[in-house]
Design a protein around this ligand. Structure first.
Ligand SMILES: [Zn+2]
Length: 291
């Protein structure tokens, strides 16, 4: 007999084994006296298993994750869930309205963890999120994108020195895994202090839906859920390519000013000495340099 799951209580609302509920998580009132809350979808299986949170739009202009979650939530396979799934389609409900990464107090939520009860709007939101969601979970997947006008190749950033986190990151099956140091004030940092293992998925650019990034995200999350035995195993699918594991990352800066035409495409493997692009002076047709 499989062990029975335990119920979970978020903001005083209890979701019992076998129930699926949307819990409203109230956050600080605006100065217009308007009440604000974050909808949190909770699926509590009858059967015991890990607790996983999936969050998107911690940065309000990073939209791919919102669509990834929308597709995920419509899937029939969630009926076969073990454990508990806590889904937050939009964490930064302010930023998404303003098309902004930040909160109205111009703070970056992902630098405001663990937050505090009496701090800034960002700090209060962070505090509620940690208390009600993160601290109750075993695992988390946080969905991000690159910045405005800057696309990221689908990648998972995580603490790859932890063997279980590495296994989960590999299960996500994206082209690149990046061993990322914990950033001060990030959701990932506070989660690790609570013993919660978090994968950060980065794909595409801000303010745009990118189909490839969305599909890779949905597939990756399902695959991680299977690895955690939250979902039953699927039939063995196509051969998986081993991801490239990066121990660090850095920016390649242009050695001089001008207009850049990229030659190397996103995701292309390059060797030292390969051509990355051509920088030209728009007013001098003959002045162009290859780098
Ligand atoms: Zn982000």
């Amino acid at each position: 007999m499989p062990k029975k799951n335990r119920s979970i209580t978020i903001n005083g609302i209890t979701v019992a084994p076998g129930e699926r509920k949307v819990v409203e998580l109230p956050i600080a009132k605006l100065y217009t006296h308007s009440h604000q809350s974050i909808p949190v979808h909770v699926i509590c299986s009858k059967i015991d298993g890990p607790r996983l949170f999936i969050s998107a739009a911690v940065h309000g202009d990073e939209l791919n994750g919102v669509e990834i979650i929308r597709r995920l939530m419509t899937m029939g396979t969630l009926k076969r869930l073990r454990g508990t799934l806590i889904i937050i389609p939009i964490v930064n409900i302010f930023g998404i309205i303003q098309h902004s990464r930040y909160l109205p107090d111009r703070r970056d939520l992902n630098r405001s963890f663990p937050g505090s009860k009496r701090g800034s709007l960002a700090a209060r939101l962070a505090h509620i999120f940690v208390e009600q969601i993160v601290s109750q979970c075993d695992y988390g997947i946080d969905l991000h994108t690159g910045a405005i006008h800057r696309s990221n190749l689908p990648q998972v950033r995580a603490n790859l020195d932890d063997p279980e986190t590495l296994l989960l990151a590999e299960a996500f099956a994206v082209p690149v895994l990046l061993n990322a140091n914990l950033r001060d004030g990030s959701l990932r940092q506070v989660a690790s202090e609570h013993g919660v293992k978090v994968l950060l998925y980065e794909a595409g650019e801000a303010l745009r839906f990118d189909e490839l990034s969305i599909r890779a995200g949905v597939r990756g999350i399902l695959s991680v859920m299977r690895r955690l035995k939250i979902l039953p195993p699927s039939k063995p699918s196509r051969k998986q390519h081993l991801p490239f594991v990066a121990r660090s990352s850095s920016w390649e800066r242009a050695p001089e000013s001008g207009l850049l035409r990229s030659v190397a495409a996103l995701g292309m493997r390059i060797k030292k000495g390969d051509l990355l692009g051509v920088i030209s002076d728009p007013s001098d047709l003959f002045d162009q340099k290859e780098y």
